[in-house]
Design a protein around this ligand. Structure first.
Ligand SMILES: O=C(O)[C@@H](O)C(=O)COP(=O)(O)O
Ligand SMILES: [Zn+2]
Length: 212
């Protein structure tokens, strides 16, 4: 996708998240790869509801900031996904979406498989979501934690903070993020009740259609 179109798409999709309450205030950040290897990134302290395509932070393929406003404080987090996932990574999205954050607060949440296997789509679109410990926002140690996973997960949940999803392009990454939030909501709403989860065999078959 050309730079002008990508700028428009980032702002349009961010506004859609904001309008539906998936991003509030100035929370969250988005980055997306340009055809020349550079990156477009949401500026720090910007609101998804009011992004200006012309003001997105612009990095060249060498990682030098060459235009736009000051980038998100989470650049080390985003960079770690691009470094470890190579050509598979075309976009990275981070939110503070409500139900995902709520699910990360429970002591008994599975750290290696954050979402309970209740429906197919989260498994097909996200694989296993890794629950990482709490890091202060902007802490470069988050990038190290992502590098330690060595591309085994395309989605992680930062405990007491929010989810981060990497994908091949901006649209599919945001759709996968929405799936994560919907699955977390279902997990919260059915918590403590006697529900029929997917079986191990069903999960294995669904996992086969996802490649991290
Ligand atoms: O939680 C935070 O502070 C950041 O992770 C965040 O969501 C927004 O920070 P900026 O992208 O620097 O505005
Ligand atoms: Zn955040």
């Amino acid at each position: 996708m050309r730079e002008v179109q990508l700028r428009e798409q980032i702002c349009l999709m961010a506004k859609s998240l904001y309008d539906r309450g998936l991003a509030h205030g100035s929370t969250g950040n988005i980055s997306a790869r340009l055809e020349d290897g550079g990156l477009l990134v949401t500026p720090t302290n910007s609101s998804f509801g009011f992004l200006d395509p012309a003001k997105l932070s612009h990095f060249d393929a060498k990682g030098q900031l060459i235009g736009g406003d000051k980038p998100t404080k989470e650049m080390s987090l985003h960079q770690a996904f691009y470094e470890t996932r190579g050509a598979k990574a075309g976009a990275v999205v981070h939110l503070h979406s409500h139900h995902s954050v709520a699910l990360s607060l429970f002591e008994d949440t599975d750290k290696d498989d954050f979402l309970p296997p209740l429906t197919p789509y989260p498994i097909m679109k996200l694989g296993k979501v890794k629950l990482l410990p709490f890091f202060a926002p902007g802490d470069a140690a988050m990038g190290e934690a992502i590098r330690d996973l060595a591309s085994a997960h395309s989605a992680v949940m930062l405990a007491n903070h929010g989810p981060v999803v990497a994908g091949s392009d901006i649209a599919s990454t945001i759709y996968a993020m929405e799936e994560l939030e919907a699955a977390a909501r279902l997990a919260i709403e059915t918590r403590g009740q006697s529900v029929r989860a997917l079986t191990t065999d069903q999960i294995t078959r669904l996992t086969a259609s996802f490649s991290a």
